[in-house]
Design a binder for this molecule. Structure first.
Ligand code: SF4
Ligand code: SF4
Length: 539
């Protein structure tokens, strides 16, 4: 576990004293554990992105193209024209400070440049200098500054210390969305070849194989067969996982971590059991084998190109509509961009549950329904036989993942499901849930191991809220519906709150689901005895 440098007592000594130096002077120290590695040339070449080369953020020479400054300023001009929101966000901030203490990275690091308002000022100061009269005339007295290599390095450091979670925007009286400012800054950085490997490596793999993990079709199939075997061992029932089945009613798309990583795997078992039990006429795809979209953390163009796979595959398979799994940013892309990026998907029909007849009117245009909406509707219409006592070893809390909650308003459905499949559910404090949820601190591409100190710092506010219900009620499981959360929280808990477990909601559904003809279950989906019960405070 943590070496001395990274011991929890050291990380908890957070110094909120502002530095004496003016924020206008760029200063960045690329300290181990607080930044992400750059993208190797091979991925940039593969994706056709600018300035492929080998470089390191901590090196003096970033090997920028000669015209890097002109490129960035021209890119800024284009985007100010193209996105009215960007122009507005550059102009209307009154620096009231309402957002200042709302960012998990500021709370966990004490670095003022992690306040959303100051993060945005890093870009806004350059905007003022080149695009406003006041900035041109009065320079730093108007909060303006030259674009220099040091400023560019500062952008790289701090815009890759924003998880694009949008918590700050909830508190801004003007609705300024710092996430969108970060998105613009990352696009500008990319235009001169400054980007991170943990985003573009998965994106390149997605181009090659259809998913971020680089699982080829001939490995996808045996993986699903292994899941089928596991379900059979637990329930005695052989379920199916049809792949590339033309003419199915529904295409199911999940994040690739669900069929590869832990604890995501148990969510996959839950999906398979549920679909078997209700007799869903559906198919997986070996081509659109990724719901997540790391393009979102890089640029609109890459997001669009990766997202296009889902509709292309839906058309090829001839399905009526698409069902999507437990993923975070997949739903931001879907809900806010997919229709304009790659729609209209007129070749499909307005989604209707074949089991309950419910019309998902909210998906009328996108033709894509969230698994939690789908399952909540099944439960609401009494289509599932459930035994919540099978989850009795868990005292459960729910972490609202940033994108499903803030980008699509999915608040009640996950809670409704949990309350029907578990007997013990406890909410974290009100100011840390629903729209005001705290981010995991590892999203938007910031989840690699080399960035561990910032991840631990950024995850601290969320862990504190979990710790509260752990101490008060003996909560020992945090449920969530995002693949990045499922990957990022186990190490966070191991560090800050040992003993806390993480699960997807459909793992809990799979546990509680009483399937027709199943054998007496002796274990849960994790293969752990069903007889174990949690004692309050025993974790
Ligand atoms: S809350 Fe909004 S207006 Fe106030 S400082 Fe933050 S971004 Fe600016
Ligand atoms: S979007 Fe999230 S990570 Fe970025 S500044 Fe706002 S609160 Fe912080």
């Amino acid at each position: 576990m943590p070496d001395d440098e990274l011991a929890p007592e050291k990380l908890l000594k957070i110094d909120y004293t502002p530095p004496k130096k003016s924020w206008l002077e760029p200063t960045v120290e690329f300290r181990k554990g607080t930044y992400c590695y750059s993208t190797p040339a091979k991925h940039l070449e593969y994706l056709g992105l600018p300035n492929p080369r080998e470089w390191r953020p901590y090196e003096e020479d970033w090997k920028l193209p000669e015209n890097w400054k002109e490129t960035i300023l021209a890119g800024m001009k284009d985007r100010l024209k193209k996105y009215r929101s960007f122009q507005l966000f550059m102009d209307i901030c009154v620096r009231c400070g309402a957002c200042a203490d709302k960012c998990h990275f500021f709370i966990g690091s004490g670095d003022p440049k992690n306040m959303p308002v100051l993060r945005a000022e890093l870009l806004r100061s350059v905007y003022r200098k080149y695009f406003t009269l006041g900035g041109k005339l009065f320079g730093k007295f108007a909060g303006a500054r030259e674009l220099t290599e040091d400023v560019l390095k500062e952008w790289f450091y701090y815009f890759y210390q924003c998880t694009e979670c949008r918590r700050c925007s909830v508190f801004c009286p003007y609705g300024i969305d710092t996430c969108e400012i970060t998105m613009m800054a990352r696009e500008l950085l990319d235009s001169v070849g400054c980007n991170i490997n943990w985003i573009l490596d998965p994106a390149a793999k997605c181009y090659r194989t259809g998913n971020h993990l680089g699982v080829p079709p001939h490995a996808f199939k045996p993986t699903m067969e292994a899941a089928i075997e596991e379900v059979e061992e637990i329930t005695g029932i052989k379920v199916e996982a049809p792949i590339n089945r033309k003419g199915a009613e529904v295409l199911f798309v999940a994040p690739s971590a669900d069929y590869f990583a832990m604890p995501h795997w148990f969510t996959l078992l839950g999906y398979l059991m549920l679909f078997h039990e209700i007799g869903l006429d559906y198919t997986w795809s070996a081509y659109a084998s990724e719901g997540g979209n790391f393009g979102l953390f890089h640029s609109a163009e890459l997001t669009k190109r990766l997202n296009a796979m889902i509709y292309a595959e839906a058309e090829r398979q001839g399905v009526k509509w698409v069902l999507g799994g437990e993923c975070g940013h997949m739903w931001r892309v879907l809900h806010q961009y997919m229709d304009t990026f790659n729609g209209p998907a007129d070749f499909m029909e307005e989604p209707v549950s074949p089991i309950t007849g419910t019309k998902f009117e909210n998906a009328k245009s996108t033709k894509m329904v969230h698994i939690c909406e789908f399952t909540a509707d099944l439960i609401n219409n009494h289509k599932l036989k459930l035994d919540p006592s099978r989850n009795d070893k868990w005292k459960v809390t729910f972490h609202d993942s940033c994108n499903p909650v803030r980008a699509m308003g999915l608040i009640e459905e996950p809670r409704y499901i949990i309350k029907n499949v578990c007997n013990s559910f406890y909410e974290m404090p009100e100011n840390t849930i629903k729209e005001r949820t705290f981010c995991c601190g590892s999203g938007a591409g910031l989840g690699p191991d080399e960035n561990i100190e910032m991840r631990l710092r950024g995850g601290l506010p969320r862990v504190n809220a979990v710790k509260y219900v752990h101490k008060k009620y003996g909560v020992n499981l945090m449920a969530c519906i995002c693949a990045i959360d499922k990957a990022s929280f186990p190490p966070l808990f191991e560090y800050w709150l040992p003993g806390m477990e993480v699960a997807g909601i459909h793992e809990l559904v799979g546990n509680a689901l009483v399937m027709k003809g199943e054998k007496e279950r002796t274990t849960d989906l994790r293969g752990e005895s069903l007889k174990e019960t949690g004692e309050e405070g025993d974790v």
